[in-house]
Design a binder for this molecule. Structure first.
Ligand code: NAD
Ligand code: UDP
Length: 315
């Protein structure tokens, strides 16, 4: 087999998926993007459609898929709390049935497969920063459980397919990532604050805003995906991928207002149930195994993200 591979990206028209597809095409690969457009959009992949090595298939991963590829990146799943809580049963089905279908596909065609897992497997963590060996603190019956437990079960399936069927797997635990191609109505904090600040609307900080997150720019994350897929077969992960620089949500709100020069006011809305109080990845493993660490500072990433939303909103 040569360098050029046939690569399936599920969730390929979403935020992360669209960047990954573009990056894989740049690397000379054939890319099959599969998406049911639940939270993704055709706009995200419009510029890729004319590419001779790009193919788009509307398909729901909770149903079996029969294609022939060399590698699979399994990203299909809504990632924003408002979207994954909209139809929680479907969210769990997407994570669990989607994983079973993609693992079954990988088994039949002997493809290598990477799972887009999440820092949410750590829940509201009592270990800080989070290391991969930490088992987490997840409420199994709360409103976030459809996503958190769905992703935890998907990890279980990946490791059982690896042990039982010798599948080549990679599990990435992704921490909060932001950048262009996030949907305007995505509901996650970076896009919400930027859109609100650009429109001069109130900035909705949930709770006091003392909760923390660590924000990774999308290009850094995609580089991490590619490197993780390229690690030796013995290496499975799970591996944290994220930016270890931690901010409070209030700091993020103030930074966005300052950078946009917005007149928006900060208002405090109720804190959603089970909202994790702190989150910061320990990326020692990623540094050691693949020499990876994020390069983009928050303000540099925000400049590009603000420009994207300004253009999208026509402001
Ligand atoms: P996103 O919502 O923009 O993208 C998800 C994509 O999956 C969308 O295009 C959506 O239409 C598609 N999808 C949803 N259900 C599907 C189904 N049943 N069949 C086919 N396609 C389906 O979110 P994102 O930020 O790009 O996240 C991508 C992946 O990365 C998700 O699995 C998410 O859990 C994971 N992740 C993202 C972050 C982050 O900060 N962006 C953090 C942790 C984990
Ligand atoms: N958040 C907020 N205002 C918003 C959206 C989110 O204060 O308009 C907070 C949310 O309560 C959480 C943090 O920002 O503490 C990150 O939320 P997001 O939905 O982006 O991702 P999460 O890490 O919670 O999955």
């Amino acid at each position: 087999m040569g360098q050029n591979k046939r690569i399936l990206v599920t969730g390929g028209s979403g935020f992360l998926g669209s960047h990954l597809c573009a990056r894989l095409l740049d690397g000379g690969h054939d890319v099959l993007c599969v998406d049911n457009y639940f939270t993704g959009s055709k706009e995200n992949i419009r510029r890729l459609l004319p590419h001779p090595c790009f193919e788009m298939l509307r398909h729901d991963v909770t149903f079996p898929l029969y294609v022939e590829v060399d590698e699979i990146y399994n990203l299909a799943c809504p990632a924003s709390p408002i979207h994954y809580q909209h139809d929680p049963v479907q969210t769990t089905k997407t994570s669990v049935h989607g994983a079973i279908n993609m693992l079954g596909l990988a088994k039949r065609i002997k493809a290598k497969i990477m799972q887009a897992s999440t820092s949410e497997v750590y829940g509201d963590p009592s270990v800080h920063p989070q290391v991969e060996s930490y088992w987490g603190n997840v409420n199994p019956i709360g409103p976030r459980a459809c996503y958190d437990e769905g992703k935890r079960c998907a990890e279980t399936l990946f490791f059982d397919y690896h042990r039982q069927h010798k599948l080549r797997i990679k599990v990435a635990r992704i921490f909060n990532t932001y950048g262009p191609n996030m949907a305007i109505n995505d509901g996650r904090v970076v896009s919400n604050f930027i859109v609100q600040a650009l429109k001069g609307e109130d900035i909705t900080v949930y709770g006091e805003g003392n909760q923390t997150r660590s924000f990774c720019y999308v290009d850094d994350l995609v580089e991490g995906f590619i490197r993780l897929m390229g690690t030796p077969d013995e290496f499975t992960g799970p591996m944290n991928l994220g930016n270890p620089v931690e901010f409070t949500i209030l700091q993020l709100a103030e930074t966005v207002i300052r950078m946009i020069g917005s007149k928006s006011r900060i208002v405090h809305n109720p804190l959603p149930q089970d909202d994790p109080t702190q989150r910061q990845p320990d990326i020692t493993l990623a540094r050691q195994v693949m020499g990876w660490e994020p390069k983009t500072k928050l303000e540099d990433g925000l400049v590009k993200t603000i420009a994207y939303f300004r253009q999208t909103l026509g402001l």
